[in-house]
Design a protein around this ligand. Sequence first.
Ligand SMILES: [Zn+2]
Length: 369
Amino acid sequence: MWALNWKLDDILMPFPGVEPIDVTKEMQRQHYTPRHMFELADRFFYSLNLTRVPASFWRRSVMRQPDARRVICHPSSWDFCDGADFRINHCTNVTQKDLVTIHHEMSHVQYFMQYKNQPYIFRAAANPGIHEAVGHAVALSVESPRHLWRLGLLNDYRTTYAVEINDLMRRALDQVVFLPYAYLVDLWRWKVLEGSLPEKDWNCGWWDLRYEIQGMKPPEVRSEEDFDAASKYHIPANIAYSRHFVSFVMQFQLHKALCMKAGQYVPGDPSRPLHKCDIYSSTQAGNALGEMMRLGSSRPWPEVIETVLGERKMNGSALREYFRPLELWLAEENQKHKEFVGWRPDGEYCVYEKPKKSESSLRCELNTE
Ligand SMILES: [Zn+2]
């Protein structure tokens, strides 16, 4: 509805008919259990020289759908703020997707444990995007064929070019496509709160941003009778959205920095590209991550990220490096097929409120009767 990701794998795969890597069947064949999946995630952080979850975590977390009662199953991680009690609530299925999700959630728990000695007010990520960025960055390693091979779920970590490009495309349709949307939600809100977008133009102002930034048009012409921005939960609920933009950009910065520390990524070396890196068992990467996490929000975020990244700003270049093989493939394809890259105005998509007739003109019309 919001076109915030384009899961159109069936029509947009560069190499149609090529099966993606999915170790779900293999996990089931090896009798994986939710508990086993959590243990693997715990071992991942331990391999980085980070901290194991406490015994209470295993007793108190929800790892599978309980038999006797209904629970909210959306995965979530909890810091009980006593420095000892951390939990995850997740009704796990034995699938590759859930294996990755568990590592993501365990990253949050790892963050809680690292900053537990900070005063309460600083027990948070340095900015609202960083908690998620760490989880996403860890997931990038876990999903790599090299890591799945390490777990004994794949016979070989080498993949064909077609599998690799398809996989990057699948990710790009999810993560790159998300960026313009994640940016414009709060841009629109900013204009509303600042007063530069008057209330009478709220809906068409929304569609102007959707069109200019995201290249999206509604399926039918909209007007100020509609209020489409409110269809996104975060608008009426008044929840900030730019954190998601920040986390999606910073995950690649973090991934790159950690992979370089792990010696798994060497810029310019085609044998070690960024999208194939797995930081598993690198104490250098883990130590750097731990140092950043331990600071919590006790310092301004540019200082905190500098400990790992060596730079103080958000930067999209790591994202581009990650998707580099796909970008090269696309540039070639687009040239071959003489594709137009971008979008051109073609017709109206939202009707701004018509100017109200003034009273004198109304009177005039009445007089003609
Ligand atoms: Zn998360």
